[in-house]
Design a protein around this ligand. Structure first.
Ligand SMILES: NC(=O)c1ccc[n+]([C@@H]2O[C@H](COP(=O)([O-])OP(=O)(O)OC[C@H]3O[C@@H](n4cnc5c(N)ncnc54)[C@H](O)[C@@H]3O)[C@@H](O)[C@H]2O)c1
Length: 339
C-alpha cells in the first residue's frame, strides 16, 4: 500500500457512513475522502459536500475498482456487507467493513476463505469498542494482573427505541454482535456455547418481537459472559462492560463531560443516539486503520476472523433463542493468517 495519502471511497452514507467520511476529512491525517456512493444519491451528495466535494459514484463496484481509490469504507446496510467486501478483495483493496461482516454464517465463511486465499489481511471490521478509551482501560487493567484472573464479562447494551416488530434474530445480528466482540476482546477468550432468552417488553408490539434479550456464554479458560440487550428503554443509548476478576472488578464508564444541575435534579444526560458516545472510538479506529495502510503495520482492531467468529456466535445465539437450547459455537481451525 502507498506510503502517501490514502484515497478512501465510502459506500453507504447514512448516519454511520457520513460520520466516517466526516471523521476522515476532519481528523485523520494522511487520508482523503475521494469518493462516495449511496443508493440514495441525495445522501451521497450531502456527504460529499461535507468532506471537500468528494466524487459521487453511481455504482459501488465502479467505485471499488476505480484506480483513484486506494481503500474502501463500507457502511451500507448489513445485508450488503459480504458482497461489497468480496468485491474489495477481488480488486485487492483494503476495506474497513462496518459490522456485521455478513448476515449469514455461510457468507462470513466465504469472505474469510477469500481473504485466506489471498494470504494478506485486507479486511478490518468496525467493532469500534476495541478503540473506546474506557474499554481499552478495562482491558489494560485485566491484563495488568492487578485484580487477578478475569472470570466474568457482564455487558449492558440499551437503545431508546427500535422499529416496531423487530425480531430477536435482527437484534442478535445487528446489535449484539458488538457485545459478543466485547466479551471476546476484554476476556481474550473464545465463546464455547451460548444461551439466549428473549421477551417482548410491551403487549402492543408485534407478536414476533423480542426486544429484550438475556445472553449467557461459556467462554474458554473457565470464564463466563452475560449480557442484557434491550432496544426499547425509552431513556437513551447506553453501553457498559464489566470484568469481574478474582480480586476486583473493572467497568467502563461513559460519563457525559458535563454535570448538569436543573429542575431539582443533579446528574448526567444519557445520549439519545448511538454515534456520539463512541465518537472518540470511531476516530481512533480510522486513524489506526489509515496508519496500518500507510506504514504497513498491523491494524489493531477486529479482523475478518473476528467478524467470522461473531457471525458464528450470532448464528448459535439465534438457534438458542428459537429452541431454548444451549448451543455450542463451532469454529473452523484458526488460519495461520490470524494467529
Ligand atoms: N460500528 C457502529 O457503532 C455502528 C453504528 C451504526 C451503524 N453501524 C452499521 O453501519 C451500517 C449503516 O448503518 P446506519 O446506521 O448508517 O444506517 P442508515 O440507514 O443511516 O444508512 C444506511 C445508508 O445506506 C444506504 N443504502 C441502502 N442500500 C444501499 C446499497 N445497496 N448500497 C449502498 N448504500 C445503500 C441508504 O440510502 C443509507 O444512506 C450498518 O451496517 C450498521 O450495522 C455501525
Amino acid at each position: 500500500m502507498s506510503t502517501g495519502n490514502i484515497r478512501v471511497g465510502v459506500i453507504g452514507t447514512g448516519g454511520m457512513g457520513t460520520r466516517h467520511a466526516v471523521n476522515i476529512h476532519r481528523f485523520v491525517g494522511g487520508a482523503t475522502v475521494s469518493a462516495v456512493y449511496d443508493l440514495d444519491q441525495g445522501h451521497a451528495n450531502q456527504a460529499a459536500a461535507q468532506c471537500g466535494n468528494a466524487r459521487v459514484f453511481d455504482d459501488p463496484i465502479k467505485l471499488i475498482n476505480d484506480n483513484s481509490i486506494d481503500a474502501v469504507v463500507i457502511a451500507s446496510p448489513d445485508g450488503t456487507h459480504a458482497d461489497m467486501t468480496l468485491a474489495c478483495l477481488k480488486a485487492g483493496k483494503p476495506v474497513l467493513c462496518e459490522k456485521p461482516l455478513a448476515t449469514r454464517a455461510e457468507d462470513a465463511v466465504k469472505v474469510l476463505e477469500a481473504e485466506v486465499a489471498i494470504g494478506r489481511k485486507l479486511i478490518a471490521v468496525g467493532f469500534m469498542r476495541r478503540f473506546d478509551p474506557q474499554h481499552v482501560a478495562v482491558k489494560n487493567m485485566a491484563m495488568s494482573g492487578e485484580i487477578g484472573k478475569p472470570l466474568l464479562w457482564k455487558g449492558v447494551h440499551r437503545n431508546a427505541q427500535i422499529a416496531f416488530g423487530i425480531t430477536g434474530a435482527t437484534i442478535l445480528i445487528n446489535s449484539a454482535g458488538h457485545d459478543f466482540d466485547s466479551a471476546r476482546f476484554l476476556l481474550s477468550e473464545e465463546v464455547q456455547d451460548v444461551s439466549v432468552r428473549g421477551l417482548k417488553s410491551r403487549p402492543e408490539l408485534h407478536q414476533d418481537t423480542k426486544d429484550l434479550l438475556l445472553i449467557q456464554m461459556t467462554m474458554s479458560n473457565n470464564c463466563l459472559a452475560t449480557a442484557e440487550v434491550y432496544v426499547n428503554d425509552e431513556y437513551g443509548y447506553e453501553v457498559s462492560a464489566e470484568l469481574v476478576c478474582q480480586c476486583g472488578t473493572a467497568i467502563t464508564e461513559q460519563p457525559d463531560k458535563t454535570l448538569v444541575r436543573a429542575k431539582s435534579h443533579r446528574g448526567f444526560y444519557v445520549a439519545s443516539d448511538w454515534l456520539s458516545p463512541f465518537q472518540d472510538a470511531y476516530v481512533a479506529e480510522l486513524i489506526d486503520w489509515v496508519d496500518s495502510l500507510q506504514k504497513g503495520q498491523p491494524f489493531h482492531g477486529a479482523s475478518a476472523w473476528d467478524g467470522y467468529v461473531t457471525m458464528m456466535v450470532t448464528t448459535a445465539a439465534i438457534q438458542s433463542l428459537n429452541t431454548g437450547a444451549v448451543v455450542p459455537v463451532k469454529l473452523i481451525e484458526k488460519p495461520a493468517l490470524y494467529q
